[in-house]
Design a protein around this ligand. Sequence first.
Ligand code: ARG
Length: 564
Amino acid sequence: MEYKQLVAQALHEVLKDQLELNEISHLLEKPKMAEHGDLAFPAFQLAKILRKSPAQIAADLENKVSSPIIEKAESVGPYLNFFLKKDQVSRQILNKILEEKDDYGSSDMGKGQNVPIDMSSPNIAKPMSMGHLRSTVIGNALSNILRKMGYNPIRINYLGDWGTQFGKLISAYKKWGNEEEVRANPIKELLRLYVTFHEEAEKHPELEDEGRAWFKKLEDGNEEALALWNWFRKESLAEFQKVYDRLNINFDSYNGEAFYNDKMDSVVSLLDNKNLLKLNQGAHIVDLEKYDLNPALIKKTDGATLYITRDLAAALYRKDTYNFSQALYVVGQEQANHFKQLKAVLSEMGYDWAENIHHIPFGLITKDGKKLSTRKGKVVLLEEVLNEASKLALNQIEAKNPNLDDKEVVAEQVGVGAVIFHDLKNDRLNNFDFTIEEVVQFEGETGPYVQYTRARALSILKKAEKSTFSSSENYSLRDDYSWEVLKLIQEFPDTLHRAYRQYEPSIIAKHAIHLAQAFNKFYANIRVLDEHAEKEARLALVFAVTELLKQDLTILGVESPDQM
Ligand code: ARG
């Protein structure tokens, strides 16, 4: 059991008549400074019940609370600070993680529950943007967190593979494109055609009509149009797949916008049957005034359906197919309104599960504080970012460890891992600047730093010729450096739970950084390999750190090279 719970129980023995056990455990906090002990109990709430000053209450409690894991309880003002018996607690924690291994921190709270996660969802025939990268890695980390909590996450890549842009693209391809070039460099070439179309259309507006006509043909199932669309989709997806492969990310479904083509009519008639559609200047809308939202535009005057109509169809389909307990949409903050509307329309339709739909927004990646723009061909190609990161990692490895085996493989794990980690270490809603040189650093709060720390810990075990550990009564540690590491190990299950509740992978990334930092301090101050009564326990601690850093990194979708 976690030590917080044990201390809560000890307090509860004394405070049975005043507070519930879980109230006590909620009140227990982690002191900011080590000299205030390991846990602090604030007496303010008791003061109201007992009509005494908090300081008096804390002082009174000092000698009354006892437990085998409590070394001493000391009152400081309104707080009762607990110091734990390090040797006892360390033995418990180390044995627990050594026994549970990869399962350490897992729970079954989500057992049997499906959770579709709408993630990545780039647009066909356009480059994958940094925003799509964010959605991909955040979605992946959330799905790993959910899995640890026992849920069954379903990763859905809701590809943007339908829309008027395909009409323009077909028209542009027929005018200025050729097969070899698309095959050789699909996304670049399709983007070029798309940009050319827009440039030309400014001079010759009649091109727009041509584009529209091609889209109409596509919608009507014209064979040539469909074949071209299919081909563009296939080529783009293959290109995206290269990035997904490098990120080590896969999907359970690629049902994109086009998948819902034959499901749109039924959504519109469903809305109609429920009397929710209103005619507004020829367009069909759902009024959302009572939600303080703009009306949802369901069908345009020309009969074309819209983004939200498709998302309605998709939500209904997902509910039907997965009977989800919650559905997540990892999509940029700029679409917040869209998801509010989506939920509101579903509520209007009478679906109480609308409240289980959660938009998980995130901030922008910027360059020198400014938004990266996709227009004017100024795109940042994700593949090039990953190439560059990998190259920088290789340079560092050449400098640090020139004789390393499989340098290229490790450099890829470090470079790509650095990009992912950098994305995930910030609170997801924050905007952040992206400078590749900063991202791929072996020092500071970076992915490579965490990976490097783990590789170093492994090399210590190698020197000690120790690679497996089983439970033992000897794993008692008493020094403060070990203690800081142990506390972080023991916090992990709680941390994971918090990351789940807040849908916030950065909580895991911060745990990894703190654990790596605490470990490095420990290693700088404690001579692990020296003969000492605690050597066994120290090595077990090193091992536990390698295991837990790997867990943190794995959850984030970052690899853990054993050497680097
Ligand atoms: N393809 C869209 C874009 O790039 C994102 C789709 C998000 N998912 C959704 N269900 N609307 O903006």
